[in-house]
Each structure stands twice: as C-alpha cells, then as structure tokens.
Design a protein around this ligand. Structure first.
Ligand SMILES: C[S@@+](CC[C@H](N)C(=O)[O-])C[C@H]1O[C@@H](n2cnc3c(N)ncnc32)[C@H](O)[C@@H]1O
Length: 299
C-alpha cells in the first residue's frame, strides 16, 4: 500500500488523467481561501482559521504574513495526534455557528485540528439532496456531527445516525435542535458491528452514507482500520440496501486508493451506476486541495 496521496495519483491501476474529480464548493458561510506549505486558510462564517493539511504540498497563493493578518485562530501541531489552538485576534470565539442552506451548525475548536465539520463533504450533501425522497430510510455510519444526517432529514428522510463517540451524538443532536429538525435515531455503537447486526435483523435502507476515518475505535474499543475492514463494511452495507437504494462511501486514507474502492465496489455494484471520484476543494486563490476518494452507487 502507498505512503501518501501524491502517490495515489500515480497508482498504476488507474491512469491519472481519467481520475474524475468532484469539487466540494464554497457556500456563503464557508470558503477555502488559500492552501500551501502544508497548511490551509479557511473562512467559517466570520471566523478564519489556519490548520495543517498534508495534502497542501505546494506553494500557497498568498504570503503567510497575509494569512496571519486575516486569521482568528491557528492550530499548531505538537505531534501527529495533538496540538493547540493559538488565538491571533483578541475577540476570537472558541465556539460559533454557521449555516448551510437551511441548516445551522455549531462549530467548536477541538483538541485535534477539527472544528466539527468536513466542508469537502458538501459534494455529498449535494448528492444526498438530489437522491433523497421524503419518507425514505437512511443509514449514516461514522456520522460525526451529523451534517449529512441533517441534510437527509431536511429532505424528509428518516435517519439512523451511528457513531462510536457519545460527544459526537450530543453535538449532532445540538445541530439538529439548532436546525429545528425532527428527531433522528441516535445509535452509539461500532459502525461495522451495527451494520452486521442490522443485517441479522433483516433491516433494509434506501440510502447508506459512510465516511469512515482511516482508523478509529468502537464503543468497546473495537479497532477500526479502514484498509483491513473496507470490504466487510461494503459487503454489510450492500446487504442492507433496498433494490433501488443508493450508497456513498468517502475515504481519506493514504492506505486506501481509488483503485481499492473500485475493486471493493465492483464486487457488489456491477449492476449499479457506480461513480468513482476524487474529492477536491478549490481555494479562492485557485489552489486545489485533494480531500479524499469517493465511491457512489446508484440503481
Ligand atoms: C471524523 S468522521 C469522518 C472522517 C473524516 N472523513 C476523516 O477523514 O477523518 C469519523 C467519525 O467516525 C467515528 N468513528 C470512528 N471509529 C468508529 C467506529 N468504529 N464506529 C463508529 N464510529 C466511529 C468518529 O467518532 C468520527 O465521528
């Protein structure tokens, strides 16, 4: 398997020029302003942050001094798994809210470099809005703070939201309340375990959304490693799909390439319309940032 994403593009199994890209696009309350030298500059509503990003392995459009004049917060990495937020403006808020279409989402500085939203997922929120029909039942695995769940719920779907971290369910429910949406079934469980249990129960869904991390832990410490459990996850998800259901899986790991997704997908979705894409964001300065790989299957 491969070291870092730059090599992903040179994966011999898929010629780089045919690697279709899908862009998460800016919206009034979010914009990737610039990226480069291993960092990215983002605007979330009125708050601007500087965060590390391995994929920003190119020169930025603006000078870092300009970034520092614009930003409220800079995340300083102290190790690969921890760091600290440094305030760059006296009135920099530690918590604030932004909107996405009709949704209101709470953002907070977390002890990692995250603030509670993966903006590149806008590409999948768009897709979910196009696919979902009111009354359908959707399963969101590794569902984090729930933006995708709320988009589906806002389009009339009944949503089952699964995450293994209680604080994430609480945060997602806070976003639901802020967005004045009807209730969602919150499930505190290991995603793969829940999917396999739903299979035994014979439950089916009209849509399955999965945004698994490269690695993670279930509620009882079950180890989640994307590269070793990807195919069992896709197998379980496939078994939970109604005949006309759609599936989205988004991965962001140097150990899982688009070709790996293609291979896993081909095993189950040969009769579906399968989309295999790279997820990118384009900055205000024109810089382009790789944000992951995407497999979608639609009947
Ligand atoms: C951060 S999100 C989305 C991943 C994101 N695209 C990334 O690349 O980091 C991953 C979510 O999966 C949850 N998670 C991690 N391991 C899990 C597991 N075994 N079962 C269920 N949820 C899990 C985390 O709590 C988190 O909310």
């Amino acid at each position: 398997m491969l070291k870092n994403n730059r090599k992903t593009i040179n994966d011999k199994r898929i010629a780089p020029e045919i690697l279709p890209r899908e862009y998460g696009v800016a919206w009034p309350d979010y914009q990737l302003l610039d990226a480069g030298d291993g960092k990215k500059l983002e605007r979330w509503g009125a708050v601007i942050t500087i965060r590390p990003d391995l994929q920003a392995h190119f020169k930025p459009g603006w000078a870092f001094a300009q970034w520092l004049t614009m930003a409220h917060w800079e995340y300083e990495e102290q190790s690969s798994i921890q760091g600290r937020w440094k305030s760059l403006k006296p009135d920099a808020p530690e918590q604030w809210m932004i909107t996405y279409e009709k949704l209101t989402l709470a953002l907070k500085l977390t002890k990692f470099k995250h603030v509670g939203l993966f903006p590149e997922q806008q590409a999948n929120w768009r897709f979910i809005t196009e696919q979902v029909v009111a009354g359908q039942k959707l399963l969101n695995l590794f569902a984090y703070t729930g933006a995708a769940s709320l988009v589906a719920c806002n389009n009339g779907a009944e949503v089952v939201h699964v995450d293994s971290v209680k604080q994430m369910l609480t945060w997602a429910n806070e976003n639901r309340q802020l967005s004045a949406l009807s209730d969602i079934q919150w499930v505190l469980e290991d995603a793969l375990k829940f999917a396999q249990r739903e299979l035994k129960r014979g439950n089916k869904y009209d849509g399955i959304i999965m945004d698994p991390p490269a690695w993670g832990l279930g509620i009882k410490g079950e180890k989640w490693k994307l590269e070793t459990q990807l195919s069992s996850l896709i197998a379980s998800a496939y078994g939970l799909m109604n005949p006309k259901a759609f599936l989205i899986i988004n991965t962001y790991s140097p150990k899982v390439t688009l070709a790996d997704l293609a291979e896993s997908g081909a095993a189950y979705f040969s009769t579906h319309h399968m989309q295999l894409k790279q997820l990118w964001m384009q900055a205000k300065t024109g810089k382009e940032l790789f944000c992951g790989n995407l497999l979608r299957a639609v009947k």
